[in-house]
Structure formats: structure tokens, C-alpha cells
Design a protein around this ligand. Sequence first.
Ligand SMILES: [Zn+2]
Length: 141
Amino acid sequence: MRLNNKDRELIAAATDAIKQRYRYDWQEVGAALRTRAGKIFTGVNLDAYLGRMAVCAEAVALGHAVVDLGDSGIDTIVAVRHPAPEDDDQTIAVVSPCGACRELIFDYDPKARVIVPNGQSPSSVPIADLLPNKYTRGPER
Ligand SMILES: [Zn+2]
């Protein structure tokens, strides 16, 4: 699906978040989500010396939303990556959510839309399209 102005506003919010908090090797990804109530929350990834303690930007943004509003659902979410200083391309660009974040987004809103890279201009897709045969604890119904 093509992006609308609200989607572009969300990309701008994620970009602002990582521009403000970029730290080489520690904070390189920004995320922004719009809740079903229409409020925008942002986050940046938290890298860690112990890799298993690292937290993705999408999870930090969701944590912000849950603390502030409770679980109010995810209308749309996006993550962007800030390049490292040595990278040739210094564009802050939309990145796809990792597998764990796909699970997390689906858990909090199975109808969420995710903005993903798509050639020259990003597009949005339902989270279910990014997570076929999602893990379940019991038999499928
Ligand atoms: Zn992730």
C-alpha cells in the first residue's frame, strides 16, 4: 500500500528520534508507532555489551506507549536505520522489522500496518503478511 501523509509523519518521527539519540554502535535504529488512539510514540534501539540484552527500537517505542496509555493497539509502526560514519550512503532509511519484532507487533495488534522498504519508496503492509504461520502455543484454530 502506498504511504499517506500520516505514514510520512511517522517516518519523520522515527528519523528525528534516531538523529537526536544516535550513538555509534549503541543506538542506530529509531522507531515510531501510531496507536489506535492516534498518538505517536518513538524509541531507539538499546544495544548492549551482552548481545542478548539488546532491545530493538520498536520494542522501546511500544514500551513507551504501554507505559503512557496501556495497550491501545498499533495502527502503524516503522523503523529507520542511521548509517555509521564510515558508510558511503548517509541516508537514514526505512528498515524491515526483525523476526522477533514481527512477533511482538503481531502480539500487540494483529491488524497493525508496518512500513517497509520497497525499492525507491517505502510502502506499508499488514503485519500478518510479514509473519505467515505465526508461532502459537497450542493447536491452530
Ligand atoms: Zn527487532
